[in-house]
Design a protein around this ligand. Structure first.
Ligand code: DC
Length: 230
């Protein structure tokens, strides 16, 4: 029987989590779970329904009736569905990105989210990326990685991502945005961004995705890499 491996990857925006986590899940042939996409999808629903972000209890009860699915076997082509509708593009809009923190900062909402994420990971194992995976969602994950990168590298990556979706933003603007997101991520009361005590810290500034994956697999038990990748 395959071992249900849980690999937690946490880190700030632009640290290289998403691209590496997708490629790593594909390499290991296990599910990829983008927890940020789940916070984004719920935020989209709150925005569509025009619910004030301060109505936390209303948002929690709405969330309980909301379906959020990550679909597609290939992690590189994964789609996000909200109540059956493909919202993969809508959840990446800058206007939405600015608002996710309202939802992500509320402990009551996070607890519901964490429950779902545990359920998703438990079924088939996962490479799960986010901010609190190693500290809150799976404190007993088989492996915990915490990604970091130099501010200018993170900003350049973010700028490139935006450009790929047709949005031209200056380096100064991207830097400012990243600093703001870091602050809200770090200062949150519950589920704050921080490395778990037993996390392996990786600076990805000078690394390509294959080089990052090489570093990760080198730190894993060969039987774990083989067991899932066969
Ligand atoms: O990784 P991302 O940029 O798609 O995340 C979107 C937002 O969700 C970001 O503001 C941080 C928040 N988030 C969180 O609070 N906890 C997670 N596990 C994942 C994301």
């Amino acid at each position: 029987m395959k071992k249900k491996l849980i690999i937690a990857i946490d880190g700030p925006a632009g640290s290289g989590k998403s691209s590496t986590a997708k490629a790593f899940a594909k390499y290991l042939n296990i599910p990829y779970i983008d927890t940020g996409a789940m916070y984004r999808a719920l935020t989209l629903k709150v925005m569509i329904l025009n619910i004030p972000f301060k109505n936390v209890k209303q948002i929690v009860s709405l969330f309980k009736k909301t379906k959020i699915d990550l679909k597609g076997r290939d992690p590189l082509k994964q789609k996000v569905f909200l109540d059956g509708k493909d919202v993969s593009k809508a959840i990446r809009e800058p206007e939405l990105t600015k608002n996710v923190f309202h939802v992500a900062q509320e402990a009551l909402i996070r607890r519901e989210m964490v429950k779902r994420q545990r359920q998703l990971g438990k079924t088939n194992g996962a490479v799960m990326e986010g901010r609190d995976i190693g500290t809150m969602v799976f404190p007993k994950a088989d492996y915990k990685f915490y990604f970091e990168a130099k501010p200018e590298v993170r900003a350049r990556r973010r700028q490139r991502e935006l450009l790929a979706t047709g949005k031209k933003v200056s380096m100064a603007e991207v830097m400012k945005d990243i600093q703001k997101r870091d602050k809200t991520d770090i200062e949150r009361k519950e589920g704050a961004l921080r490395p778990a005590k037993d996390a392996i810290r990786l600076d990805t500034s000078e690394l390509t995705i294959p080089q990052t994956i090489d570093k990760m697999t080198a730190l894993m038990k060969p039987s774990h890499v083989r067991a899932v990748n066969s």
